[in-house]
Design a protein around this ligand. Structure first.
Ligand SMILES: Cc1ncc(COP(=O)(O)O)c(C=O)c1O
Length: 395
């Protein structure tokens, strides 16, 4: 089947929730994708910051193949060896204490929200159920996480929304302070807002949040679903700040393309959950955790992260050489970069795609670049060259 045939069939049978481009990628290798018509693309979308090690990474294929021949699924009624190994690695790498596994970012955040509430319930403070979140944030599409998401376009038509969320201004500590009261149980924030336009938190903001939470005795939750797993140049984005959260969440890159999410908590917060409080049938499944173990092993190997920092620095430097009066700002960390324009970028994304480069937006005016961490400097040159030509063709 060619692109058109697949798209037509999709329109007939797939629920209409995505405005899809009419290409159907059928094969991936490293930083490249091929669609059903055989056209090749340099993939700087990576399944939206998911395909951390590129497509068809041989070691991930091997980990998945091996696990698939041993055990697919048994349920969390039993101990699952690769799940336990993965939890140990996440605990050792983060300095937190306990892990809950699930299948997506929204679920990981939902688990974090539930843990924060249950923690205070167990302390005899059931009235502490409110979570302070941020305008322009994005936390997922379940009812609770879309309510936590401070963008009304995601909430419209889904009322009644769950109660217990208050919206502060990102990077403005005063606005958080103004919302704190005896009902607040947690503050939840992305260290770098992703969907909201690739906006990094100021160090003083995150450090200030940590101090505020400590002062109030409430929990600090970092949503690292997009920023985690080496994407920003450190395993977790918060590791570039001098603080630790009580809870953080992961998904996207954790399985390098295999669906998995995780909610990680320190010893104190983890006391909130007891058997029966939360669960997920597929959470921490042997296949997903076998692959995620391999992803973490690769990230921790030799100078892998140092190379990520260097290559990401090179990408930013090359982007900064592009002079276009419509560019307002280039921002972000590591391989989580955004170029803000003074106009909508939909057409630019289309031109890039036609010229063989896949990019996406983060909001209407920010072009997002989230290539695999394994992208080479040659591929970076190819991407920036294509982007330059696309900008020239875009008027
Ligand atoms: C910061 C953040 N949190 C949560 C989510 C939701 O993740 P998922 O789509 O896996 O539910 C996303 C997805 O873009 C995200 O960027």
């Amino acid at each position: 089947m060619n692109n058109n045939e697949i798209a037509q069939k999709g329109q007939e049978y797939i629920m209409n929730t995505y405005a899809r481009y009419s290409i159907a990628p059928v094969k991936g290798q490293g930083s490249y994708l091929w669609d059903a018509d055989g056209k090749q693309y340099l993939d700087f979308v990576g399944g939206i910051a998911v395909c951390l090690l590129g497509h068809s990474h041989p070691e991930l294929i091997q980990a998945l193949n091996q696990q698939s021949q041993e055990l697919w699924h048994v349920s969390n009624l039993y101990w699952i060896k690769p799940q336990v190994d993965l939890a140990e690695k996440l605990v050792q790498a983060s300095g937190l204490a306990k892990v809950f596994f699930c299948n997506s970012g929204a679920e990981a955040n939902e688990a974090g929200i539930k843990l924060a509430r249950k923690y205070f319930y167990r302390q005899g403070q059931a009235q502490r159920h409110d979570i302070i979140v941020f305008k322009e944030s994005f936390h997922g599409r379940t009812l609770a996480t879309l309510t936590a998401t401070g963008q009304s376009k995601y909430q419209e038509g889904f009322a009644p929304l769950p109660a217990g969320f208050k919206y502060a201004q990102f990077n403005q500590l005063d606005s958080v302070e103004a919302l704190l009261d005896s009902q607040t149980c947690a503050v939840m924030v992305e260290p770098i807002q992703g969907e909201g336009g690739i906006k990094p938190a100021y160090p003083s903001f995150l450090e200030g949040l940590r101090k505020l939470c400590d002062r109030e005795g409430i929990l600090l939750i970092f949503d690292e679903v997009q920023s985690g797993m080496g994407r920003t140049g450190s395993l977790l984005a918060y590791q570039q700040y001098d603080i630790q959260p009580d809870i953080f969440t992961l998904a996207k890159g954790l399985g390098g393309g295999f669906p998995i999410g995780a909610m990680v908590a320190n010893e104190k917060a983890a006391q909130g959950f007891a058997p029966g409080d939360h669960a997920s049938t597929f959470g921490g499944n042997p296949l997903a955790t076998a692959v995620a173990n391999k992803v973490l092993d690769i990230l921790g190997r030799g100078n892998f992260m140092q190379q990520v920092v260097e290559n990401a620095g090179y990408l930013k430097q090359e982007l900064e050489k592009i002079l276009d009066p419509r560019i307002i700002e280039i921002r972000g960390r590591g391989f989580m970069l955004g170029i803000e324009f003074n106009c909508e970028i939909k057409e630019l994304v289309d031109i890039c795609r036609q010229q063989g480069l896949l990019l996406l937006g983060a909001g209407p005016k920010v072009l997002r670049l989230v290539p695999p961490l394994t992208v080479s400097t040659d591929e970076i040159d190819q991407a920036t060259g294509t982007l330059q030509r696309a900008l020239e063709a875009w008027n």
